[in-house]
Design a protein around this ligand. Structure first.
Ligand code: SF4
Length: 292
């Protein structure tokens, strides 16, 4: 729970606030950009909620925050935020909220499918929160857990124990050592089933992969995200732990695929027409090459 005594001075006066435990993951400013902003090394409230919808967004950010750094001085029904997750994005794809501190607030996603189509899929690990787990169970459990890279595996063991899901990750990020049930290897894209493709994208880490669902939803982990400031796709040079040159090469591989949604673990999500998305991707690759 956020501590009023540690309320950051950057918050505007009023009900909602961020305290000094904020790790600057930007979940709140991405989820509720009309209320929270990144003021430098941390986030704070720059506009107090005035409507029911704004209050709901602030409560969703409070629930999604990995460190419990968001608080309110007035009493609010916590279920306003809790029950909003998983949040439907499009078709049968959801954002899970409930981020985990151990993955630095990385975003995770849920695909719901009938068991005959392979069952539900969790992409990267949210926090193992009781309320979210109950919702997952009510929505059909988790059959498969896809991990984009080793930084965002958070509570994978607890989800495996709860749902018996098959965990999928690349060998170069330690999948074998971690005892994952399905280990991806090499650089070639592999079809996991009729709708899902895993595409190795070394760069952020050596074993980073992205997952493409129905040639529409691209789950990008720490590889690719939308830049609201640049109004185009971007990648994060400062956290290319393995190799920026490799990440640039990996990015070029994605030109061979169609997708409308970029759904990252870190950074902003974005939806665009397939052709325009490809133009953004090409622009991103050209920019990345300038930094080699
Ligand atoms: S979600 Fe929490 S930790 Fe992340 S930036 Fe906001 S207040 Fe900070």
């Amino acid at each position: 729970m956020a501590n009023l005594q540690q309320r950051l001075p950057e918050n505007v006066p009023g009900d909602f606030f961020v305290d000094s435990t904020c790790i600057d993951c930007d979940t709140c400013s991405q989820l509720a950009p009309g209320i929270f902003r990144d003021h430098g090394d941390q986030c704070s409230v720059y506009h107090q909620p005035e409507t029911i919808d704004e209050t709901k967004l602030a409560m969703m950010a409070l629930v999604a925050c990995p460190t419990g750094s968001i608080g309110a001085t007035k009493k609010h029904d916590a279920h306003i935020g809790i029950d909003a997750f998983p949040l439907l994005l499009d078709e049968n794809v959801y954002f899970c909220g409930f981020t985990s501190e151990s993955s630095f607030g990385g975003w995770s996603y849920l695909i719901t499918r009938p068991s005959g189509e392979g069952g539900n899929v969790l992409i990267d690990s949210p926090r193992f929160a009781t309320q979210l787990v109950k919702r997952f169970r009510a929505m059909g459990g988790i059959n498969t857990m896809l991990l984009t890279h080793k930084d965002d595996i958070a509570d994978h063991e607890l989800f495996r124990k709860e749902f018996g899901c098959v965990r999928v990750m690349h060998a170069s990020d330690g999948a074998t050592r971690l005892g994952f049930e399905q280990v991806v290897d090499g650089e070639q894209a592999i079809a996991l089933d009729d709708d899902l493709i895993v595409i190795p994208t070394p760069g952020h880490t050596r074993g980073h992969v992205v997952f493409l669902y129905r040639n529409k939803f691209l789950f990008t982990g720490a590889h690719l995200a939308w830049s609201p400031r640049g109004k185009t796709l971007t990648a994060f040079r400062s956290v290319a732990w393995y190799s920026w040159a490799e990440q640039t090469r990996s990015m070029s591989k994605l030109l061979a695929y169609d997708f409308e949604w970029v759904l990252p673990g870190h950074g902003d999500m974005h939806r665009e027409n397939v052709n325009i998305m490809r133009e953004h991707l090409q622009r991103c690759i050209s920019w990345m090459k300038t930094l080699d």
